[in-house]
Each structure stands twice: as C-alpha cells, then as structure tokens.
Design a protein around this ligand. Structure first.
Ligand SMILES: Cc1ncc(COP(=O)(O)O)c(C=O)c1O
Length: 434
C-alpha cells in the first residue's frame, strides 16, 4: 500500500467519526490509533508515535503491560459483573491493597468509575457526615465535568461557560501559583496571600463552621502543572484541623507513582481526610476510588450512596495487577529518576529560549510554560511546539488556563533512551520558535 492510500485509511475513519460522533468530544491528535505497546501508540498507517500523554495520565504502566493484560483476560473468563447484588473477591482484595498503599488512617474504600464520580462521592460523604453545606475549592483546579465537579472546576472558562446555574455553596481560594501572582519570585509571600484570602472568606463570605470540606489537587493538573511551595499542604492540614473542616486531596492525576511518590501528598507527609484516585489506578480500565477513615464512613449509613458498575471485577483485577507492576518494577523510583533527568534537560533547553517562562514538576508530571515576547502566557507558542512535536511523532498535551503549558506525562517505565528521544524532538520544536 502506498503512503497516500494508508493515510487515506486514517482519514476515512476520522471522516466517519465526524459523521456519527458528537462533535463536543474534542480530540487532540489527528490520528486513529489502532494498537499500542509500552511507550508507543500506532496509527492505522502503522506509524509509531512516542506517547508522552498516556491517555491523560492513565497508562502509567505503559500501554498494554503484559501482566495487566493477563490479569484482565483471566478475570474476564471468571466473572465480568455482579454489582452490589453480591460481594466479590477482587473488590475486597483491591480495597485491602489501597488501604496498604495510602497514608495511615485511611482504611475505608469506595470504588466508582471515573474521577468525577469519585469527587461527587467524596463531597456527598463530607456533607452527610458533617451536616454542613459549604465546600472550598482552589482557583485553577480541575475536578471533572459533571455539574457539581464543573462547579468545582476553574481551570478554564470553557469548562463552565453556558452551564450555569451550577451547584452553589462553593467558595474559591487562589492556588499558590507564584508565577501568576504579584509575588512572582516569593513563594512565601504567595502562600501568605492565600491565607489572607482565607481570612477574607471566613470574615466576609461564609462562617468556617458552615464549611464541610476543602478540596485540592496536591499538584495542580489541568490548571498548569503547578507544584505548591513546600509546607503549603501542611499549613492547609493545620487550618482544617483548627476549623474542623475535612481535607479532600484529589490525587486523580497525581496518584499511582506519577509524581515520583505513590501519592503526591506524601511529599508533605500529610494525611487527608478523604483521598481521591482514578486515571492511573487500573492502566486504562475504568475505575476510581475514594478512601477515608472508617471512623468517618461509619457515620454514612449503608445504601446512602452506591452505583451499578463501580468496582467492576475486571477493572479491579487490572488495578491489582497495575499496583503489583508499579511496586515490583519500581516504577515510582523510575518516575523520580527519569523525571529529574527530563526536568534538568528541559531547564538547560529553557536557558536557551526566550519563550519559556518556567519548567516545573515532580516525577513524570512535568510542565513547560510559554510566555510571548511581551511576557504574556502564550497558547500560540505552546500549540506551535505541540504541532511540531506531532509532525516528529511525539504526542504531548497542553494545560493551563490559557493553554500556555505543555505537560509531559509519559509512562512511568519510560526508558532513558525514550526520554532522550522525546527531549530531542521537544528541543528541536522549541528552538524552531526562534
Ligand atoms: C485532578 C482531577 N480530578 C478529577 C478529574 C476528573 O476525572 P474523570 O475525567 O475521570 O472524570 C480529573 C481529570 O482530568 C483530574 O485531573
């Protein structure tokens, strides 16, 4: 087959897609992926693309890891579904596993299907047990696309616009994003400013004794891959303890080794009251979870929350295999080592480019922020680099309120050679901007 014929095959599928698939579903790269393995996806032309997107931070063990695939196959032959009509073994085994890998004191698990559903469940739990209405969220956060999670999301206007009225009693505090604050180079002042906003909130908007919970991403994801200054999450924990507010940590994007720790909140050694997980939990099978203390969930009577598909046996088997692979193949350690190599290499590239405002991140959760010649966040520059990377067969995604950040989220078992291959493509694309 000639190249034209083959690429026509890709094109034909995309045309069919445009006929029958709701156009609201935005796709980033114009290829139809037929198969994937490790760090690569293959289009219908059998072109290999190095994948630094992992289906938005999901395939942390690499595409189609053989141990995960085997666990899925084995489970599919045994039991596909039972729901809450019975107990099932894999649900229980996975709950035990999640208790063992999350911070001490979190020992009661609920399984659902998506990140947004985990957020919804956690807020229902918080409101039910505290009997308080208000929730605090942080500016720039992303928590999902259901109506409640849309109300909690402020990373971009287009996630909210024209969906009002959204659920209320949500109060937004700035995330400590120094580069976008008036305290550019002063992390401490930026953090102090966040706490001044808490004072204003509790004096002018809502009494702290009406607040059930605050919800925060330990590393801002969709909002721009922003790492909060050291000590910030600890200070939030202290505030929550003083005011009797539950602290919900959303590890949907940062969890399962992505940050160079199993969970990003471990960097500060804090214990959330409720922790949320999804994405990387099952290497691509739909699954999410929230975990809290039994003391808390004992106040939530049986039947007050539930679902049909959550904790599906096949997804649970995939999650158990995923966690084993992460542990046995030391993927958390690899994420840290390879992540530091990528971060340092990008910092060297940034020193040669006038358009990179900052390179930041933890583990294999890395952001490159682009500013234009006027010092303004630039979607166009980030998009130009993304397009050039695509032409050179590297897949990367944007994030940030203006789409001005390129995020790198490769599999956690990325090799040094693959990291360098991606870096070479990125460097070329960035230098071509000049
Ligand atoms: C931090 C965070 N929370 C929640 C969600 C929502 O997850 P889902 O798309 O699975 O509903 C996302 C998705 O990107 C996320 O990054």
């Amino acid at each position: 087959m000639s190249t034209t014929q083959i690429s026509d095959k890709n094109k034909q599928y995309m045309q069919n897609d445009h006929k029958v698939v709701n156009q609201v579903l935005a796709r980033c790269a114009p290829i139809v992926v037929e198969r994937a393995s490790g760090s690569f996806v293959y289009d219908m032309n059998n072109n290999a693309y190095l994948d630094f997107t992992t289906g938005i931070a999901v395939t942390n063990t690499g595409h189609c890891h053989p141990k995960v695939v085997k666990a899925i196959q084995d489970q599919a032959q045994m039991l596909l579904h039972t729901s809450v009509t019975t107990y099932h073994k894999k649900y229980i085994e996975l709950a035990e596993k999640l208790v063992s890998i999350t911070p001490d004191g979190l020992d009661s698990v609920f399984l659902a299907n998506s990140g947004a559903e985990a957020v919804e469940g956690a807020i229902k739990l918080a409101r039910y047990v505290t009997r308080k209405p208000a929730i605090i969220n942080f500016r720039g956060s992303f928590h999902g696309r259901t109506l409640l999670t849309t109300a909690l999301t402020t990373s971009k206007l287009y996630y909210r616009e024209n969906y009002e009225p959204l659920p209320g009693s949500i109060y937004t505090i700035p995330y400590p994003y120094a580069l976008h604050s008036k305290f550019k180079d002063n992390d401490q002042e930026c953090v102090n400013d966040v706490f001044r906003h808490f004072d204003i909130l509790f004096n002018q908007f809502v009494h702290s004794d009406q607040v059930a919970a605050m919800i925060i991403e330990p590393i801002l994801g969709e909002g721009g891959y922003v790492v909060p200054p050291d000590g910030f999450l600890k200070a939030l924990r202290k505030l929550c303890d003083e005011k009797n507010i539950l602290l919900i940590i959303d590890e949907v994007q940062s969890g399962f080794g992505r940050s160079g720790k199993m969970f990003a909140c471990e960097y500060e050694g804090i214990r959330p009251d409720i922790m949320l997980m999804a994405k990387g939990i099952a290497s691509g099978m739909p699954l999410s979870a929230f975990i809290a203390s039994k003391k808390l969930t004992d106040k939530w009577p049986s039947g007050r929350h539930g679902n049909t598909f959550g904790g599906n046996p096949v997804s649970c088997a995939a999650a158990l295999a995923t966690i084993s692979v992460i542990q046995e193949e030391k993927l958390v350690e690899n994420a840290k080592t390879i992540g530091e190599h990528i971060l340092q290499s990008l910092q060297a590239i940034a020193s040669k480019s006038k358009f990179i405002a900052q390179v930041r991140g933890r583990g294999l959760m890395i952001g490159i922020e682009f500013f234009d010649a006027q010092g303004k966040p630039s979607h166009d520059l980030a998009q130009a680099v993304i397009d050039k990377c695509f032409d050179n067969k590297l897949l990367v995604l944007s994030c940030g309120s203006f789409g001005q950040v390129i995020r790198l989220i490769p599999p956690l078992n990325l090799s040094l050679a693959e990291a360098n291959q991606g870096l070479a493509i990125l460097e070329k694309a960035i230098m071509e901007l000049h």
